[in-house]
Write a protein that binds this ligand. Sequence first.
Ligand code: NAI
Length: 286
Amino acid sequence: MGLVGFINGITLKNYNMTYNLLKGKKGIIFGALDEKSIAWKVAQHCVSEGAEIVLSNAPIALRMGEINKLADACKAPIFAADVTNSEDIDKLFIQTKEHFGGGVDFVLHSIGMSPNVRKSIHYTESNYDFMHKTMDISAMSLHRILQAAMKHDVINEWGSVVALTYIAAQRVFPDYNDMADAKALLEGITRSFGYHYGVKKRVRINTVSQSPTRTTAGSGVKGFDGFISYAEKMSPLGNATADQCADYVVSLFSDLTRMVTMQNLFHDGGFSFTGVTPEVIEQMEK
Ligand code: NAI
């Protein structure tokens, strides 16, 4: 039985089971915006499990200031980096290596943004400058991070990289818009880079395909409220929460999953393999 940590009013973990799974490990967490963010929960859970972390987000997101609370609670420095800018990422990795006096054992990519979604532009009328931005921020950023990590030799042997994705990469969810294409690319980069980083340094790279979750990015998708209840009804275990997602990610950062790489791993309460449920049929009969 572990401890629940309360620092600066923030609960490090929402229940009292910790296993020291990440004792002695160091990592970088990209994408904690506010306490609803999946990355925020992952940061908390990693620290509860014994890790030391560095937090990173875009300069504009840091200006919101929310992340300072998380940084205090996790005793983590914050290094700004816009993931579409290679120089920012280089700088972040240099700062991280200086901070830890060496490399890291895990990296979380929890980043997504689509200007087409933000501006409610229909998929068939996508603006291509916006689409470039969607791909750059939400997918190519993983390649950029991994390329820079290799260049600076920042990830230790048997290190683990996880990126967050969504099932719209495999099945059509019309309102997910160009984010669906970005997620397909993200999963492709995971496989391709996973091969090369595996051969080069035994670094593993996986995506976690999470249930719809109420966060800033999630709620930006049209019809999100209706959709989240539909997914709940279509999942035998119900929707997975951000906290549960963080638990799963911790397991992927731990030494217990060393031989898992290049995979897209569904963390969705069974949604991805369910055809229909009585609850949905009942709804249709009304
Ligand atoms: P969020 O809005 O809290 O996180 C998105 C993060 O991306 C923010 O911290 C934002 O500042 C960061 N970001 C955007 N542009 C950036 C840039 N240029 N450079 C650096 N960082 C940038 O939302 P959430 O839901 O926690 O999203 C995290 C990941 O989880 C995303 O990849 C999202 O697509 C994925 N996901 C979310 C689901 C949901 O329903 N919320 C479901 C499945 C996957």
